[in-house]
Design a protein around this ligand. Structure first.
Ligand SMILES: Cc1ncc(C[n+]2csc(CCOP(=O)(O)OP(=O)(O)O)c2C)c(N)n1
Length: 546
């Protein structure tokens, strides 16, 4: 047995099902060991796609996703997806190759210090210098990746070490149960919540992990609190819930912020400051109780006055049992805000305008999909509209990145989601800019025979930046581009291409694509005229409405 065999055995021992990636010549020993393993190789068309897929696997399963690249240029392609996993809290192991470290005839060809490159963007980055270290290095890497806050880890396997004979066995996998908070921390929190006049619950990304959602749902039901979510906390509790105030897709000044501004105490479950702020804390305005696996990072916009740290599910259950709904709580104002949200935020989802406006796109997508369908969003203007207007019914059914907020992850994320959840409908939703950053992964999806729909929202521009440019009163410049014919582009990959030409077609096309098998690209012309009308004009006047 050589080191590569032992590494593969160790990965099997950890329960790894897939390795996403692109091998180079430095990985050939590893590839040979993988050939006879039960782990499946998902060959991708760019290392970035592989990293996004592995991260999404980790996000959906809680188990470490694994991806592979060669040294130098393959490894540098991992930088964006490692950063995505780091900020987004997704467990991933990045394995990279390297030239022989003991004796090499290639000078410095292709060599950069990958271990150091990965250090600031992973939780753990090590070179395997001796095959005998593989059992502990793999165990340590998986433990660190999966521990809260989950994230990326990196192992570099040099070519000569990969080929060395070894005689070790993998370490057993162990489970570490995180402790709950102390009784006094829980007691203080429950007293603060009970004593508040208008407590409000914020559900954030950390509550979308480890089955925490059932504890959060119990908390909502037992206490009767109103709640809202961050973008990455969508779906922890069904957004059709009568006390759901929706998602803080903007950091301030939306309808939901009327409720936030009136709250004298916010119970903030699973939030960390890598997510774009769902609201800005201001001194003396309200108190925040931070409930999470790990302590809050203090920031100018986030400085909770009390923290309940440790197993979030256990802590939420304890809090629910300690809090008796108080007769002093006043939720009448939240009720009115909720009515306004239902009236204004979801307005125009039946608009007949064409090109479609974002509200109509969101409306048709929601109508077409089952409750457990997964949407995987890329980054662009439509992400704000989906975060704000799309009601998620189940946990982890809206995969979006509100942490690194990188473009290019929508399609790879959808591919991984379909592999992990083959029974669920999966749709990638991308802008024409973000889609073209990793559109080559359509070939991967076709080769894997996945039934996926990819919606490409076409505005022939980097629309989100146009919106910001206009908001600053600047002239339009530098953000328009041309596009391929998306229908023919899809066909060139062996996928089906559809162009939407009127309202209503998107919903029907989506339904038939998801019943029909195979990969479908749906080009949807979008008009972002509503950005300015809603986000600049309507919201500027909304205070008069409530
Ligand atoms: C990799 C990367 N590059 C640049 C950005 C900055 N950025 C954020 S949104 C955006 C425009 C996205 O355009 P598109 O995908 O066409 O979606 P649209 O906003 O037009 O709906 C850009 C350039 C980013 N977030 N990620």
């Amino acid at each position: 047995m050589n080191t590569s065999d032992l590494l593969i055995k160790s990965l099997e021992n950890e329960g790894v099902e897939y390795i996403f990636g692109i091998p180079g010549e430095e990985n050939l020993d590893f590839l040979e060991s993988l050939r006879t393993s039960k782990i499946k190789l998902v060959l991708t068309r760019h290392e970035q796609g592989a990293g996004f897929m592995a991260a999404t696997y980790g996000r959906l399963t809680g188990k470490t996703g694994v991806c592979l690249s060669t040294l130098g240029p393959g490894a540098t392609n991992f930088v964006t997806c490692a950063s995505y996993a780091l900020l987004g809290g997704m467990p991933v192991l990045f394995i990279t190759g390297q030239k022989p470290i003991k004796k090499s005839k290639q000078g410095r060809f292709q060599i950069i210090d990958v271990v150091r490159m990965m250090e600031p963007i992973t939780k753990f980055s090590k070179q395997v210098v001796d095959g005998n270290n593989v059992p502990y290095l793999v165990r340590e890497a998986f433990r660190i990746a999966e521990a809260e806050k989950p994230g990326p880890v990196h192992l570099e396997l040099p070519e000569d070490v990969a080929a060395e004979e070894v005689a070790r066995v993998p370490f057993e996998r162990t489970t570490v149960f995180p402790p709950g908070a102390s009784q006094s921390a829980l007691k203080t929190a429950s007293e603060m919540i009970t004593a508040a006049k208008r407590p409000l619950l914020l559900i954030a990304s950390g509550a979308n992990r480890h089955e925490t959602h059932s504890a959060v749902r119990e908390f909502v039901d037992r206490t009767g609190l109103y709640f809202f979510t961050t973008q990455m906390g969508k779906g922890v509790v069904d957004e059709r819930h009568p006390r759901c105030l929706g998602t803080a897709a903007l950091s301030d000044n939306d309808y939901v912020h009327r409720a936030i501004d009136r709250a004298d105490l916010i119970v903030n479950v699973g939030h960390d400051v890598t997510e774009k702020p769902p609201f800005f804390m201001h001194e003396d305005e309200q108190q925040v109780v931070h409930v999470a696996y790990y302590p809050a990072q203090m920031d100018d916009v986030y400085f909770p006055q009390h923290e309940v740290i440790g197993c979030t599910a256990a802590n939420m259950r304890s809090l629910a049992s300690m809090i008796t709904p108080s007769a002093k709580w006043e939720f009448g104002y939240y009720e009115r805000v909720k009515e306004e949200i239902e009236r204004h935020v979801y307005a125009k989802s039946d608009s007949r305008e064409f090109p479609l406006i974002p509200q109509r796109v969101v409306g048709e997508v929601r109508e077409a999909l089952r409750s457990d369908a997964i949407i995987s969003l890329d980054n662009g203007m439509y992400k704000i509209w989906f975060a704000r207007n799309y009601k998620a019914h189940q946990p982890n059914t809206v995969l979006l990145d509100n942490a690194l907020a990188t473009m290019g992850a929508g399609l790879p994320g959808a591919i991984a989601a379909k592999l992990v959840r083959p029974e669920q409908q999966v749709v990638a939703i991308c802008g024409d800019g973000g889609f073209m950053m990793n559109s080559q992964e359509m070939e991967t999806a076709v080769r894997l025979g996945l039934n996926l729909a990819v919606i490409v929202l076409r505005d022939d521009a980097y629309g989100m930046i146009e919106w910001k440019q206009a908001g600053l009163g600047l002239d339009g410049f530098g953000l328009k581009f041309g596009n391929p014919d998306f229908v023919r582009y899809a066909e060139a990959y062996g996928a089906k291409g559809i162009r939407i030409t009127e309202p209503g077609q998107l919903r029907d096309a989506l339904r038939s694509c998801l019943n029909g098998g195979g990969l479908h690209l749906i080009e949807v012309p979008i008009d972002y005229v509503e950005n300015e009308r809603v986000f600049y004009e309507e919201l500027a006047h909304k205070t008069q409405l409530i």
